[in-house]
Design a protein around this ligand. Structure first.
Ligand code: AMP
Ligand code: MG
Length: 973
């Protein structure tokens, strides 16, 4: 075994000098000797001086790394995250005595393995036990288990116990082991060290010495190993002396300069919110690149003078950059940090961690990125002596218990694979030990074995699901392939998506096609209900109500009137009425007449109303006399003239004399691509814009959402919002098109918790559509809030919802299904839904907005219209049948927001909403991209109303809730 051991040592030593990445294989394959010479030159730096033994009669200082780990364990308790385990399966005749002697000898040989840590006045010192202390190997015999299942369980219990048991730094020992006999000629040897006396390299030393010692002892020979000239405590003392003055300053300056202003937390999309306190539970997923890909990566690196380590680091950094959306990433990487020959055969905590900062801002080419990665890696290695702990102290990051300082993602390159020990008479296999601890959020560990790159991606199970990590591995594979394929490509444009995931995002999760056979317009759907049940109540408002037959007749009459006034396809009819039965008559009449309604809420500021009237240039205005008298003075300037004004309540003018027959088809054939309505957006940025929605878009919405609402025929729907926004359309049309009863709740009632609760209870409301903040405010202001919740469906929409509201509602009325409904006006009321009350597995912090409605597609894209992977934030785009025609009188803005679908037919609307696709295919909103805040409603003290309103910008609705002594009101600001 001696020969292969030396080869490994030499490789490691070169690695050490030239950086962890440059191993022997690279040296021999490197085509450009010039580049190599440069590497060698740049690798010379001030080095640790020769290490001399220090006296053992004084307290022995800890190395910097030990000190840090000791402090951490004082603060957070000893953590399993710092266990370094090894498992070996030994088949054949084991000489137990020789093994025991071997282990005893290892302890005798390495002081580190006999060290414990005792603090005097808060200052820890190393205490070294006598050389003959021996290794307390625990023996277990599982042969007695007749049932192999039982035996396996016992073995698993022992393995878990060995892995999980806490070490005690003060009492020691900090190395332990178990020898488990599973059969006459089969043993499992488990050895665990604490990181404070060991590291990965130390484990290699231990393994090779195990071979040498067991080999000798089992054959009656003496210890063949050359004596160690110094011990770990000598190194610690030397490190403390050397790393001061100029050396310290140069290295400190480098790290300070390099890491200043780096992002402190990589914002990777996790499956679960980050716990307040970092949770170290972990698991891992295997990685293997085939020989061709591995060779391709090697060749790519060689063309750019980069080692395989650097090439893989570059690829991994691209994945992280793309997943986080951050321009820069900081990745930790371990370096062996054994800068002198005498340190190489030692067991102890030497390994250091370098925080590599990589800046991919401006999307460099693959070739440039490799150069950058190489430069950063080499520079970091030049300054590798400053312990990471000190770098942390220098940088003073905002300390958080939730994540590690400076970086949260690790890349460990193990170079060549470690050989297994050789023990005469025994066949040895590595026992894979489950990785159950995660020091970091993600740890990529790679090595080369037999020409293939392989390893694992470890992850914190508090943050990630296994499926997500499997996807990450595929992203790495895709990026690596794309780098090999095209080294002049920009890194932001490399294809990161595996074909299967692309298919899921584009096709499977948008497989929403549904045919609505008769494809009727909404007023036709309503007419069908009117024919079916003319005497059923269609609409109720306070004491007033109207049957389907009456409503249809009234709407027909007004439709005739509008036709006579010359209303034609795509022409607008402004409707300025209070929330009332007449409002419904006017909407239906406009549709029947083939025109497009423009709902105007009389409560809106006169200026805004005037603007909308001017902008929509209506063919007619339908209003009420009293309203027109009070508001008209301002508005008439714009709206009058050529434009007739109809008083919907006055005898005659509402069309009482007109035919009550169905207006269609007798009156006018409506083409599905004609406008149904124009609704103005709140216009918090600039002027309000009129969104033009066509019949086909509206009827798709009504059919699709009705299927999701799934309430029985004749159910009672309540509309509590203004009809000048499309929010209320979720109740309005599904009620009228499915034979339900539409309750138009007055503004006053909608703003008082007690009044609305009375109403909902008394009328037996089945479905309510409401904005979450409005509902929250109402719930606060009533004694028996359960009465506010409808019997069957509560539809929340218009703004983000919280789990706490969902829980509240569920507790108040378990029988009511809570539905979250999302959508911009530009894509016709709503495009996605989810039944929140059915969601058991709450992986995301905020409730999802669900999946697309029928004939709608939802995708999350980047700035280059590139499809974002699952979980990754981008902008939400809506495609399909509900994408509206665009903005009235605003072709330019329409062209900006409505684009051709790059993945298929039709157009897409860019919502300006930041979103991501969750692993189950539903969508989650993450805020606005334009930072535009939607003020739908908020809760404030009555006394503060005026002051708060003064802070508002743009146009919005403010609900002031009724209290005992004050009536509610709704104001527009
Ligand atoms: P509007 O066009 O006025 O209907 O506003 C649409 C915007 O309101 C969306 O682009 C979202 O920003 C927000 N929004 C609507 N519904 C929801 C919802 N269910 N959850 C979160 N935000 C929503
Ligand atoms: Mg809306």
């Amino acid at each position: 075994g001696g020969h292969s051991l030396i080869a490994v040592r030499v490789a490691s030593r070169v690695q050490q000098r030239l950086g962890m990445a440059l191993d022997l294989a690279d040296l021999f394959h490197k085509p450009e000797l010039g580049a190599l010479a440069e590497l060698l030159r740049s690798a010379t730096r001030s080095e640790l001086p020769a290490i001399a033994p220090v006296a053992r009669d004084r307290p022995l200082a800890l190395s910097f790394a030990q000190q840090r780990l000791w402090f951490l364990s004082q603060m957070e308790g000893v953590s399993e995250a710092y266990h370094i385990p090894k498992g070996l399966r030994l088949k054949g005749e084991l000489n137990a005595q020789a093994l025991q002697r071997t282990l005893d000898r290892l302890l005798e040989r390495h002081e580190a393995l006999r060290t414990r840590f005792i603090a005097v006045d808060g200052e820890p010192a190393q205490h070294i036990a006598p050389a003959d202390i021996g290794f307390a190997l625990q023996h277990h015999d599982l042969r007695a288990h007749a049932d192999p299942g039982e035996g396996n369980k016992a073995l698993q219990r022992l393995t878990e116990l060995e892995a999980g048991e806490a070490f005690n730094l003060e009492t020691g020992p900090l190395i332990r082991g178990r020898l488990i006999r599973t059969a006459d000629t089969e043993h499992l040897l488990l050895i665990t060290m604490h990181h404070i006396v060991s590291d990965g390299w130390s484990m290699e030393v231990l393994t090779s010495e195990l071979s040498a010692l067991y080999g000798a002892f089992s054959q009656g020979q003496q210890d063949p190993l050359p004596a160690l000239s110094v011990q770990y405590a000598d190194f610690a003392a030397c490190q403390r002396r050397w790393l001061s003055g100029d050396v310290l300053q140069t290295q400190s300056r480098y790290w300070q300069r390099t890491l200043a202003g780096a992002p402190e937390l990589i914002e990777l999309p996790t499956d679960r919110p980050r716990p307040q306190r970092q949770d170290h539970a972990g698991a891992s997923v295997e990685i293997e690149f085939d020989a061709a890909m591995s060779a391709g990566l090697k060749a790519l690196g060689q063309r750019h003078g980069a080692t395989l380590f650097m090439t893989l680091l570059a690829a991994w950094a691209i994945v992280l950059k793309r997943l986080s959306g951050q321009g820069e990433v900081v990745i930790g990487t371990p370096v062996a940090n054994r800068a002198r020959a005498e340190l190489e055969p030692m067991i102890g905590f030497f390994v250091n961690t370098l925080a590599l900062r990589l800046n991919g801002e401006g999307s460099p080419s693959v070739a440039q990125w490799l150069q950058h990665t190489k430069a950063q890696a080499l520079a970091a290695q030049q300054h590798q002596d400053l312990p990471f702990e000190q770098v942390v102290e220098l940088m003073r990051p905002v300390r958080s218990l939730a994540h590690g300082p400076l970086f949260q993602v690790m890349f460990a390159w193990e170079g060549q694979d470690t050989p297994l020990p050789r023990m005469p008479g025994l066949q040895i296999e590595a026992q894979e030990l489950p990785q159950t601890m995660a020091k970091f959020d993600l740890t990529l560990t790679l090595r080369e074995r037999g020409g293939c790159i392989q390893g694992s991606l470890g992850y914190a199970t508090a943050l990630y699901e296994r499926e997500t990590i499997k996807r990450h591995v595929e992203y790495l594979r895709c990026i690596a392939r794309a780098m090999v394929d095209n080294e002049v490509q920009e890194i932001d444009r490399l294809d990161i998506l595996p074909a299967a995931e692309r298919h899921k995002l584009l096709v499977e999760w948008n497989d929403t096609a549904v045919e609505y056979p008769d494809n009727k317009c909404v007023h036709e759907l309503f007419e069908a209900q009117a024919a079916l049940q003319p005497n059923a109540i269609a609409v109720k408002q306070g004491e007033r109500q109207m049957s389907y037959g009456e409503l249809n007749a009234k709407a027909n009459q007004l439709a005739h009137r509008l036709r006579k006034l010359g209303v034609k396809p795509d022409e607008r009819v402004a409707i300025l009425v209070e929330r009332s039965v007449e409002m419904v008559v006017a909407l239906l009449a406009t549709l029947k007449a083939g025109g497009a309604y423009v709902p105007l809420d009389p409560a809106y500021p006169a200026q805004r109303l005037a603007y909308m009237l001017e902008d929509c240039a209506p063919k007619a205005v339908v209003t009420e006399a009293e309203l027109w008298v009070t508001l008209g003075a301002d508005l008439v300037k714009q709206a009058d003239g050529a434009c007739p004004v109809i008083d919907v309540k006055a005898q005659g003018s509402g069309g009482d004399g007109e035919s009550i027959a169905d207006a269609t088809p007798a009156l006018v054939e409506v083409n599905p691509h004609q406008l149904a309505y124009v609704i103005y957006t709140s216009g918090s940025t600039g002027q309000p814009k009129g969104v033009m929605v066509e019949h086909d878009q509206l009827s798709n919405y009504v059919n699709a959402v009705s299927a999701v609402l799934d309430v029985p025929h004749g159910a009672r729907y309540a509309m509590v919002s203004t009809f000048a926004a499309d929010l209320g359309h979720t109740a309005l049309f599904p009620a009228l098109c499915n034979g339900g009863v539409l309750h138009i709740v007055s503004r006053q009632c909608a703003m008082s918790g007690p009044l609305l609760a009375d109403y909902i209870e008394r009328e037996g409301i089945d479905l309510l559509k409401i904005v979450p903040s409005h509902l929250e405010a109402l719930l606060q202001s009533t004694d028996r809030p359960e009465r506010l919740i409808p019997a069957k469906r509560l539809v929340l929409g218009g703004e983000p919802t919280s789990w706490s509201l969902v829980d509240r509602v569920r507790a108040l009325k378990p029988g009511c299904t809570v539905i979250n409904h999302y959508g911009p006006t530009e894509t016709t009321v709503g495009v996605s839904t989810v039944r929140l009350s059915d969601v058991e597995d709450r992986l995301s912090e905020t409730p999802a907005i669900g999946k697309p409605l029928a004939n709608v597609s939802l995708v999350v894209l980047g700035e280059q219209l590139d499809l974002k992977p699952i979980s990754v934030a981008g902008e939400l785009y809506v495609g399909g049948r509900q994408v509206s025609r665009g903005y009235l009188n605003s072709n330019q803005v329409t062209a900006q927001r409505f684009i051709n679908n790059p993945f298929g037919e039709g157009r897409m609307y860019r919502t300006g909403d930041r979103a991501r696709v969750l692993p189950d295919g539903s969508l989650q909103l993450l805020g606005r991209l334009d930072h535009q805040v939607k003020l739908r409603g908020f809760r404030i003290e009555l006394g503060e109303v005026e002051a708060k309103l003064g802070e508002c910008e743009g146009v919005g609705e403010v609900v002031v809730l009724a209290r005992e002594d004050t009536p509610g009101e709704k104001r527009l600001v």
